[in-house]
Ligand binder design. Sequence first.
Ligand SMILES: Nc1ncnc2c1ncn2[C@@H]1O[C@H](COP(=O)(O)OP(=O)(O)OP(=O)(O)O)[C@@H](O)[C@H]1O
Ligand SMILES: Nc1nc2c(c(=O)[nH]1)N=C(CO)CN2
Length: 652
Amino acid sequence: MTLDEIRIEDIEAFGYHGVFPHEREVGQRFIADVCVWLDTEAAGRQDDLDLTVNYAQLAQRVRSVLVGEPMQLLEALAQRIAIEMFTFSGIERARITLKKPDVDLGVPGKVSVTIERDRNWAEQILGGNGAEATAPKAAETQASAFSGAGVGAAALAGTGLAAGAPSAVEPVVLDPADQDVQAGEDLAEDGTANVTATSTGLTPAVAHTSDEDFPAGDIEELTTEDRVVLSFGGNLGDVPAHMKTALEALIDNPAINVEEVSPLMLTEPVLAPDQDPQPAYLNCVVLVSTTLALGELLSFTQGLEAEAGRVRDGRWQARPLDIDMIAAGNNRGASSNLLLPHPRAWERGFVLAPWLAIDPDAYLVGAGSVKDLLADLPNGDGINSVWEDWLNEDVKDAPPEIRQRLEHPDEVAPTVPRPLPTPSETTSTFAPRTFDAAPTTASIPMRRPLRELIAQANEAQSRHRRDGQASGRAMDYFERVANEETPAKKGQASEPESDAKAGVAADSEPESDSATEAMEVKDLLDYEDDELVDTKINPGAAARTSTSLRRIVVRPTTTGAIPISEVPGALEEITSANDLLDPMPSATEIGDAVLEAEASSNEAEAGDQDEKTDHADDDSGKDKLQDGEADQEENISADAKPADDVEDAEQK
Ligand SMILES: Nc1ncnc2c1ncn2[C@@H]1O[C@H](COP(=O)(O)OP(=O)(O)OP(=O)(O)O)[C@@H](O)[C@H]1O
Ligand SMILES: Nc1nc2c(c(=O)[nH]1)N=C(CO)CN2
């Protein structure tokens, strides 16, 4: 039989393969050319994709190996790719060429390795089975003649790993052979049965959804309806604090909406067999929506990992914070640095369990329902404890295992599996979700007002920053504005509104609900933490004063150029507010002080209105300073951003 060729060239990906430590640590580009031989006559005659292999799926699979578990040799990597190729039915022969385009040979030149393998070889490696030989697990799944076999989908199922619970002291260990082939699992489903290649042979896999709706390919950007599922994990230092800091940063990013945070779970470390044991991990899952491009979101979360002190010193090393993108809408695809869904998510109890806890209908695109995936994990979910209210509670309120873990951070993880809370226990307020056609991670309802939750988490955050001084104090004030008639509320009704609040963006919209008040106070506290202190250190920083009956904000501007020293009253406000910081008074005191300042500032404003003059360069008449002294205004830099614009920009 004459075989036909499908060639794919220049599949590029960043990976960590190599013999040398720097290759493992820093990584480099890899380029693969693949040629597979198969009989495409029937496909050509009937013009039917099902009768051939989908080259996009092939390419995705190649890439998933390239970005997957590091191998030492290009030869080994090439063989991994070859194995992947033979999981596609119909492929009889494969040639793989691998290049490291940036390698330093010590002399001018380039390197590549080419291997050619046939199906007989693959069948020997895979225990005498080819992709066709495998049977679908679920009766309804039908293996087509050319099923795109998902090697990783059930890599653990039926292998030695399924047998027995992990030992009491060792981490859960995955066979490296399994790890390698798991890498690209989700990217090439074809809606039929999946098969699994492991060192012990092929096993039937989980039934997968049809991928007709989710063709593997390029990553598509999201709509704001889509959810991104982020997995947080860490096992070094004060992991909950790292996570809270990262959460706060996500919340503070105007392009990101944090919609749900799962309980925190104590999880067994999942490591390669040659790795030393590590402390137990803490994991949670965070659902967000975003207007960022996914690459930007990944960069942002990688920045948060770095801020938490993560050093990239090799795969699966202990780390203070790791943020993986598990899924993003219905994406199934790859870019140069992102594979979606995350190729190992389906097998990770530490991802599935917290995700399920906040979404009982969670569905991992291309793999199946999270609930089923979790239930099918052969060696348990690896969850040892669940801390429901970790954003609100103190460590002393954590379940004993987690408290113990946090109090003894360097202890190697205990690994006795522990049953998960049932979803109904943790997600009772979730409306059940049904999928008419394509399952999706979109439209997950918000379970609770997360902003509030995070504001409360700031309690711990503030403690972290201020060495215990501010703990709970913001909350005092939140409660007070929520429950009491504050001066702010009293004054609100009679707030004088005037365009003549020069240099001042008056908050003219009547906002009376306590949540809004609380957020304003949070803004204030944030500004005390960061901006105000900064401006104290550097009083020459550009700043803008915004005064209303309910808040005073002095913010360094990035766009404006009004030196803070020229904003009447700003330095005084900063100084007096800064005085409040050390020693840190209660938030109530801060609130009172601020409200007093506001009141006197407003009085001054009212008295000054007539005297105010327009800024020379400001046609709108709104860019004015909050002072009647014309000579002071003349000092303002000519390119000062109109205050309203700055306010608008800041509010976006
Ligand atoms: N879905 C994804 N989420 C996060 N990183 C990804 C994803 N797909 C590909 N990557 C790439 O993987 C690289 C390594 O990521 P990272 O260091 O977080 O891996 P890891 O956490 O050690 O291992 P694992 O990926 O098994 O969780 C990153 O540089 C990133 O570009
Ligand atoms: N339990 C657990 N194990 C892991 C984790 C993790 O977050 N939790 N992350 C890893 C690399 O991303 C490796 N192993």
